[in-house]
Design a protein around this ligand. Structure first.
Ligand SMILES: [Zn+2]
Length: 375
């Protein structure tokens, strides 16, 4: 049994034409619900929108088959990054691209199309398949919020596939934890022309911290980024406050601790230097967890099944580590061993975003075959 490729492409094209920048997923949610209703596949909407700020909740659909078989979770997200409105997809050279004014939205409408078509194929062909739960989330692009606030009581699956990555030859089984941290420097404001002597520049103090911090790739599994600096209020005022916003990602909790301690030491040294100068610089450090790391055992059922499918279909596939985060991080946190399979998308989050059709069809074929139970 095979997926209808033309229909899969048609669904993808329909999906990307629907505006759904983060927090505005309502129209694409209506499209999905309409498709599910037509197939008689039951679904519920959770209450996550109160916490995500979206105009719609996550959609959780269930296609049960046989009580004695395990349940597999499928997931992709409804929202896109900006500029994601009024997308005009163009099919060209066995790929799909946007007109160049917007992103394409293959991230993650390619995953959504695969889920919808897989459910339809299984439902209409009456094959023996695993029980399926589809968790279609909102607000992934603004901090995995849909998955973070999903009502996990509604899910039974212990294993899952997120469709939100590049090539279907990549099966992501390991990803880093991510922490946000900020360093807020309080100097002293003064008039820069009349009495600069009374001021202490928070921008200059922050520079002393930044230039001592190690950033970029720290080691194979760890990165640090200084993403934003906000400071000062006018060119004639010695700046009183500066905030440095940063991120650390690592596969290792002990490395996060070690690197954060190094940064705290740098802050302390700068603070002490200013103390000796009899100045009043204060520095406040805060850190918060964005998501935990994931590491799915290589012998997990879902990994074994996908590798087996790929072997018998002659598809190349590799277990890979990622430096990114996805809804899978929250599914894993909630007890669902979830891997991330690529769908054929490239250059996502840019106007050059492309969907490679051969890979898109291959990803869909892997998903469909993984869900079929050979008795
Ligand atoms: Zn995505």
């Amino acid at each position: 049994m095979l997926l209808d490729k033309d229909k899969l492409l048609k669904t993808f094209i329909e999906l990307v034409k629907i505006d759904s920048e983060s927090k505005n997923e309502i129209q694409v949610a209506e499209y999905i619900k309409k498709r599910l209703k037509k197939l008689n596949i039951p679904f519920v909407i959770d209450n996550s929108k109160n916490k995500t700020g979206s105009n719609h909740g996550n959609i959780i659909a269930k296609l049960n088959n046989n009580r004695s078989l395990p349940t597999i979770l499928l997931s992709s997200h409804m929202d896109t990054v900006v500029p994601g409105n009024n997308i005009k997809p163009i099919v060209r050279n066995k790929t799909v691209v946007s007109s160049g004014d917007t992103i394409l939205g293959a991230d993650d409408k390619s995953g959504l199309a695969i889920i919808l078509e897989t459910l339809e194929t299984l439902k209409t062909n009456k094959v023996n398949h695993y029980n399926i739960e589809a968790a279609i989330t909102t607000c992934e692009e603004i901090g995995l919020l849909g998955a973070k606030y999903l009502d996990y009581k509604l899910l039974k699956a212990k294993e899952g596939i997120v469709l939100d990555s590049t090539s279907p030859e990549r099966l992501v089984f390991k990803g880093p934890a991510s922490d946000y941290f900020s360093i807020k420097i309080y100097g002293v404001e003064s008039h820069s022309g009349i009495n600069p002597e009374l001021g202490i520049s928070s921008i200059i103090a922050s520079a002393e911290i930044i230039t001592k911090m190690k950033t970029g790739r720290i080691n194979k599994g760890t990165t640090i980024n200084i993403g934003k600096i906000h400071g000062g209020s006018a060119i004639n005022i010695v700046p009183g406050e500066t905030v440095i916003s940063c991120e650390i990602r690592s596969h290792s909790e002990s490395t996060i601790e070690k690197e954060i301690n190094k940064i705290k030491k740098i802050i302390k040294n700068v603070e002490e230097k200013y103390k000796k100068l009899n100045n009043k610089v204060r520095i406040k450090f805060t850190k918060e967890r964005i998501y935990d790391s994931i590491s799915i055992p290589k012998n997990a059922f879902i990994i074994r099944k996908i590798l087996k499918v790929c072997k018998s279909s002659n598809y190349l596939i590799n277990l890979v580590e990622t430096g990114g985060g996805a809804d899978a991080n929250f599914f894993v946190k909630n007890g669902i061993e979830t891997i991330n399979l690529g769908t054929g998308m490239r250059d996502f989050h840019t106007k050059k975003e492309t969907l490679i059709l051969k890979e898109f069809y291959q990803s869909a074929d892997i998903v469909l075959k993984t869900l079929i139970h050979e008795s």
